[in-house]
Design a protein around this ligand. Structure first.
Ligand SMILES: [Zn+2]
Ligand SMILES: [Zn+2]
Length: 425
């Protein structure tokens, strides 16, 4: 029995790789292409004749000195080189001959994924997307603008847990009905405070959370959505030529992260139904989760970690949709110069305008006030621009995975009234 898989080319003996463009297997040496089903039936036929064409590498005897916890090593069947994958690596390439090896034994030993979304983009697509992504950012250091910056970006199937769960909520929300009336110069604002009790149910399907310690949660959240209609039943053939990881965060360990998103989503959906009320806030809440299923999936991710000025920057692209995420550094010198120039220009204009309006203000004083105001405003504007160089954020909602809100028992109880009086002068 083979311990790992490779997909030997029937015409030249090279190893075929999954081809994201045609969604088939392709030999990088002789360009032969085969549909996955076609390859599978050919391999089965050969296996029936006792020809195993799929053994990619042999697991080595464990080194007694390395200790029990050392990751297993393999010998490449193509070149005889030694392959030492990390603990979580489930698919790799031989470092000597570059032959793809799918570590099927490790996947089987841990847990076979239920489904997988195949890669649809090649490295050149990722580079093009990166250049477009960076071109929209401001004050980017020159070295980051070229696609050469992401030469080392790698394609990896990342383990994800998908939670389908019915969420029942019992919420007590305080809300106000506000009526305004005007008498001469005074405005009266009447607040009628209500206690609103709402029961509601929302059914969620396949809310994802990554199961990898190595992958930053916020970064993985930012790659959503993955389109589940293109998910396929798991098959190791998709992994040939790509990296893949085993999970090292369990489905249970991620549950709270996902439930928080479901809770927030139900609250927002209920709040939407209370459009007659203002100043709404949740006073009491109770949730019940009924899990329908937890699926284990592999999602396609392009990822590169890079360091610049002693800080780590990570870029990632959704391998299915092409959504590119990351934080691009800013050249502090460029930001300072831009802030200084914009402050200078606005101070000159502002100073003259100020003098024109307030004739009794001295020139020195007018320009000093204009300078302080312009420096602060330009500072805020630049801070906003710099913050825009980062599109990584944790997901706290799961709206796109939820169905229709099903309302249950409800009651609206009047609590109290208070009135504000405002002078309109
Ligand atoms: Zn070939
Ligand atoms: Zn090799």
């Amino acid at each position: 029995m083979s311990e790992t898989d490779r997909y030997k080319c029937p015409s030249c003996g090279g190893t075929m790789e999954f081809n994201p463009k045609a969604q088939n297997l392709k030999c990088p040496f002789c360009d032969v292409e085969m549909a996955l089903e076609e390859y599978k039936s050919m391999a089965e036929q050969k296996a029936a004749n006792n020809v195993d064409i799929q053994a990619g590498a042999k697991k080595m005897e464990a080194d007694p000195e390395a200790g029990e916890n050392a990751p297993a090593k393999y010998v490449c069947n193509t070149c005889g080189g030694e392959i030492s994958p990390s603990f979580v690596s489930a698919s790799t390439k031989c470092p000597f001959c570059d032959a793809p090896v799918v570590l099927t034994d490790k996947i089987k030993d841990q847990q076979v994924p239920d489904l997988l979304i195949p890669f649809k983009f090649e490295k050149k697509d990722v580079k093009e997307t990166y250049v477009k992504f960076v071109s929209k950012m401001k004050f980017v250091p020159a070295s980051f603008k070229s696609s050469a910056h992401i030469d080392a970006i790698e394609a990896t199937y990342v383990p994800f847990w998908l939670y389908s769960c019915k969420t029942d909520a019992k919420l007590t929300i305080e809300g106000e009905i506000i009526t305004k009336s005007t008498f001469g110069d005074t405005q009266k604002i009447k607040h009628d405070v209500y206690s609103l009790y709402r029961e509601a149910q929302l059914d969620f399907k396949d809310v994802p959370a990554d199961g990898s310690k190595d992958m930053d949660d916020d970064l993985m959240d930012s790659l959503e959505p993955f389109k589940m209609d293109e998910a396929r039943p798991y098959d190791s053939m998709y992994l040939s030529g790509f990296g893949a990881q085993l999970f090292d965060v369990s489905a249970e360990d991620n549950t709270e992260r996902v439930r928080e998103r479901m809770r927030n989503t139900v609250v927002q959906a209920v709040m939407k139904t209370l459009s007659d009320y203002e100043n709404k806030s949740v006073k009491e809440s109770e949730y019940r989760f009924t899990e329908n299923s937890i699926k284990y999936a592999l999602f396609p991710v392009w990822i590169q970690k890079t360091s610049w000025n002693n800080e780590e920057y990570v870029f990632a692209m959704n391998g299915q949709t092409g959504k590119f995420v990351g934080r691009v550094p800013v050249d502090k010198m460029k930001v300072t110069i831009s802030w200084f120039v914009s402050t200078l220009i606005t101070t000159i204009i502002g100073g003259f305008l100020y003098q024109a309006v307030e004739k009794d203000v001295g020139t020195g004083q007018a320009f000093m006030i204009a300078f302080i105001a312009c420096a602060v405003v330009c500072g805020i504007v630049h801070a906003i621009i710099v913050a825009g160089n980062n599109n990584v954020a944790s997901a706290d909602m799961a709206m796109e995975y939820g169905g229709e809100l099903i309302p249950g028992d409800s009651s609206d109880a009047f609590v109290r009234t208070y009135t504000e009086t405002r002078s309109r002068k």
